[in-house]
Design a protein around this ligand. Structure first.
Ligand SMILES: C[S@@+](CC[C@H](N)C(=O)[O-])C[C@H]1O[C@@H](n2cnc3c(N)ncnc32)[C@H](O)[C@@H]1O
Length: 206
């Protein structure tokens, strides 16, 4: 049996959890049941559930190693944090069998995965969320000619590491989610040239 000391700490998640949390605190509905895609270390779920004792937070990740750290955080707050399960958003039908989700949260995944991951995220969120329910997407985005220098440099760096990765253009992400039944409600400027995008499921039949 493993010891309970597997919690990992990513300095970037440590830095951004407070500013993201300040927004989620405002925009998550009462008693939200959040599915986090790509939970990484699990720090975000732990921090946000402490801010909002009314919410339930489901961890998930494609990476089984990351589950150890998420599970370690979940053991500290087993009322609000639900043990992780393996979820690969590029697998068609990943959303089947998932129930009672009111919100989807995904940070820093779509630039560090193929575009198919963004497509799978949008498709699954469409299937899971009801009219008006929100999806939160955090990370760097390009803004065409107005892109931040840091994000253009980061985009180039990612492409060198893996040609299928890359900082995505906000217009492409907005179009993808629009095609999957979401409207972009808010684009919130965050520290270090990041953004929090809040998409709401359209008031249309599925
Ligand atoms: C840069 S980390 C971000 C972790 C965390 N969300 C954060 O902001 O600190 C990227 C995460 O995306 C996950 N990931 C990559 N491809 C994925 C996929 N196809 N489906 C689900 N998760 C994926 C990785 O395992 C990793 O945990």
């Amino acid at each position: 049996m493993k010891a309970y000391s597997e919690k990992r700490n990513a300095p970037s998640a440590e830095r951004n959890q407070a500013p993201i949390g300040a927004q989620l605190e405002k925009f998550l509905p009462p008693n939200a049941h959040v599915l986090e895609i790509a939970s990484g270390t699990g720090q975000h779920g732990a921090y946000f559930t402490a801010l909002r004792p009314d919410i339930i937070w489901q961890y998930s990740d494609i990476d089984m190693d990351a589950h150890d750290s998420q599970a370690a955080y979940a053991r500290d707050n087993s009322v609000q944090l639900i043990m992780p399960f393996r979820l690969d958003v590029t697998q068609d039908g990943w959303w089947q069998g998932i129930a009672s989700i009111t919100n989807v949260y995904c940070a820093n995944m779509i630039h560090i995965a193929p575009w198919a991951a963004a497509m799978g995220l949008a498709k699954g969120a469409r299937a899971l969320l009801n009219s008006g329910e929100k999806l939160f997407l955090y990370g760097p985005f390009l803004m065409g000619d107005d892109s931040a220098r840091s994000n253009l440099d980061f985009a180039q760096n990612l492409k060198q590491r893996n040609p299928t990765w890359g900082v995505r253009e906000l217009v492409d992400v907005e179009k993808l989610f629009f095609e999957n039944g979401f409207r972009l409600e808010k684009t919130i400027n965050m520290p270090r040239d990041n953004y929090l995008l809040i998409f709401a499921r359209n008031l249309v039949a599925r």
